[in-house]
Design a protein around this ligand. Sequence first.
Ligand SMILES: [Zn+2]
Length: 126
Amino acid sequence: MSELKLCQGPKCHTYTTKDRLKGMKDNKTYQTRRRSSMYYGSGNFCSMNCQIDWFDIYGDRAIDHFGRLTEPKHLTEQNAWTKDYDWRANADDSHRYFFVNKITKEQRPLTEDQYNDTNYTLNERG
Ligand SMILES: [Zn+2]
């Protein structure tokens, strides 16, 4: 059996849906949802509502903890590379993968493995 995760929504148990009502016959309570997988907030929330509830309570503190932006970021040639592909553009019907720079429009070829590697980038870190 796969492990069930609890929704992290602080008010999940207050939404009185049938599926949240759990327990023995005369002792049922509305409970936080448990799921093997959830689709919201990187798999931490059962619904958009629960994700929003969490942010309403903890969002400010989380941003302060991890570092609030104090000045705007800038898109420059050095960090404007994104990955893209042309669908079935090659003679063998495979996709043609490439980097494209959003500022200069320059393109550079990519292999499929490089395309799928989320750590592979031409952008300068910073
Ligand atoms: Zn929830």
